[in-house]
Design a protein around this ligand. Structure first.
Ligand code: FAD
Ligand code: FES
Ligand code: FES
Length: 473
């Protein structure tokens, strides 16, 4: 690892900014506002409102540079070292940007507090030609109402952008280089590493017992912005080549732990329906542009949405340390509330999901939250059922989030189902058992009884969607 650099360099609206003596865990939003770039607003400070949205040039699902909307309140400055940021101040040059013109013409802004965030989400979508409702799913407006904002998006959705911003994308290299930034901040030494090789990550972990891995930072970002937690040594996984790989063969899919959810969404669409469905409801665009699969597993949150899907598909993890690599079925990974089987010095490298070869597989996932997108689950569930030609259940996987200290499979009910006919009588019996399968907590999102009912009723919903009539022999 090269020697620590005392400068942290990034580009904001085309201008190179060299920062010294800043904490690498200062959020990008804090920095922007403290440096006078107050167009970017702070609403919630935890990724929920989109007021702080900026566009970052980053590799898209096709490996090419794209403007990507992100929440600047969740991004530590270290994560944007060497990168290009566009804020709302950078859009107009003498005349308003077409997105701004559209917002003005449709009356898409009243108090204007949310407006810079909407504009930046639409700006990113404008250059991707994906201007539709989904591009602003992570932006809240409390006074204009969404109709005018939708009209603004519709007004320019067919534009073929050709301007200084599209030109900039042509001439930008979004590959990330190695970073080693060190600072003494408020009397405490802080170090932000961004290695490009896995071996270097493992070496840093061995040398620094207090090192924290950061991928997209959408979970850790809350610790930084909300809980003001200090991280003396951070190791970013964003540039590590081995963790970025996405491989699909006839037998399996292997997803690098640092592949973002947006990339998974785009590149694996249609391969695993339950994964498609869960990603659709996962957070919002700004979060999915940064969040990774490794981070979703690394949080070990009982309400993380992807573990149930992966458990229902019998995924396994590839884990590395300086001692070598090991493979672990995901079902053995979660050990307790926010605890995993990861040992000090270990990193999740990839997740392997086997593809099913047989004829009769039904697989789907469900998420129940208070609101559609950008909400965490009350209960999430993912089911996979394999049948023989006579509709007899060969294998069942019923996995849930939000009902135990960890994401969990209903293993006893899976065993009960094997050998039974996939019909309503079987499902009715399974539902009775499922009502008793877990002992969830009651909290402000839902009571234990409600959760137990969801555990059973979601399975029935799955049966109704994939009824025996659909089995083709
Ligand atoms: C507004 C908002 C909405 C959200 N909505 C959802 C949602 O709908 N569903 C959901 O499940 N989650 C949601 N989250 C939580 C979060 O976005 C996800 O858990 C995300 O997948 C975390 O990925 P990350 O790359 O950002 O992780 P990070 O924050 O970078 O890391 C999370 C943890 O994993 C560890 N880690 C990261 N990568 C590795 C690795 N390769 N090996 C070992 N450890 C690793 C880190 O050290 C850290 O402890 C939301 C968060 C926000 C802010
Ligand atoms: S301030 Fe609300 S998402 Fe960042
Ligand atoms: S214009 Fe006021 S919150 Fe959207």
């Amino acid at each position: 690892m090269k020697q620590a650099d005392p400068y942290l360099t990034l580009t904001i609206n085309g201008e190179t900014v060299r920062l010294k003596e800043v904490s690498p865990t200062t959020t990008l939003l804090e920095y922007l506002r403290n440096s006078g770039r107050i167009g970017t607003k702070e609403g919630c400070g935890d990724g929920d409102c989109g007021a702080c949205t900026i566009a970052l040039i980053a590799s898209g699902s096709d490996g090419k540079p794209h403007y990507q909307a992100m929440n600047s309140c969740l991004i530590p400055l270290g994560s944007v070292a060497g990168r290009e940021v566009v804020t709302v101040e950078g859009l107009s040059q003498g005349q308003l940007h077409p997105v701004q013109v559209a917002m003005v013409e449709t009356g898409g802004s009243q108090c204007g507090y949310c407006t810079p965030g909407f504009v930046m989400s639409m700006f990113a979508a404008y250059y991707d030609r994906t201007l539709k409702d989904a591009c602003v799913e992570g932006n809240l407006c409390r006074c204009t109402g969404y109709l005018a904002i939708r009209r603004a998006a519709q007004m320019i959705a067919e534009d073929q952008p050709s301007d200084r911003f599209s030109e900039r994308l042509e001439h930008t290299n979004s590959n990330l280089s190695e970073i080693s930034y060190g600072v003494s901040y408020n009397g405490n030494a802080q170090h932000f590493y961004r290695p490009t090789q896995l071996q270097k990550v493992l070496q840093i972990l061995q040398q620094s017992s207090n090192a924290t891995l950061i991928a997209g930072g959408t979970d850790l970002g809350l610790e930084i912005s909300y809980h003001r937690r200090e991280f003396p040594v951070m190791v970013s996984l964003e540039a590590v080549t081995e963790l970025q790989a996405l491989e699909e063969t006839p037998d399996f899919v292997k997803i690098g732990s640092a592949v973002t959810l947006s990339q998974i969404e785009d590149n694996l669409r249609g391969v695993f329906p339950s994964l498609d469905e869960m990603l659709y409801w996962f957070a919002a665009r700004q979060v999915r542009n940064r969040a990774t699969l490794g981070g979703n597993l690394g949080t070990a949150s009982p309400i993380a949405d992807l573990p149930p899907v992966l458990l229902s598909l019998d995924a396994e993890l590839n884990i590395a340390s300086l001692a070598g690599e090991r493979t672990l079925p995901l079902v053995d990974f979660f050990k307790g509330y926010r605890q995993t089987d990861l040992q000090p010095g270990e990193v999740i490298v990839s997740v392997k999901i086997p593809k099913h070869q047989g004829a009769h597989r039904f697989s789907q996932s469900y998420k129940v939250g208070k609101r559609g997108t950008d909400d965490i689950s009350i209960v999430s569930a993912a089911f996979t059922i394999d049948l023989d030609d006579d509709r007899r259940i060969l294998q069942a996987r019923l996995a849930y989030g939000g009902v135990a200290a960890t994401p969990a499979r209903a293993i006893a009910i899976e065993a009960f189902l094997v050998g039974k006919i996939w019909d309503f009588a079987t499902v009715r019996q399974a539902k009775l058992l499922l009502r008793e399968a877990f002992t969830p907590l009651s909290d402000l999102r839902g009571s234990a009884d409600y959760r137990n009912r969801l555990v059973a009723n979601l399975f029935e919903k799955f049966f109704v969607e994939f009824s025996p009539n659909e089995v083709k022999s």
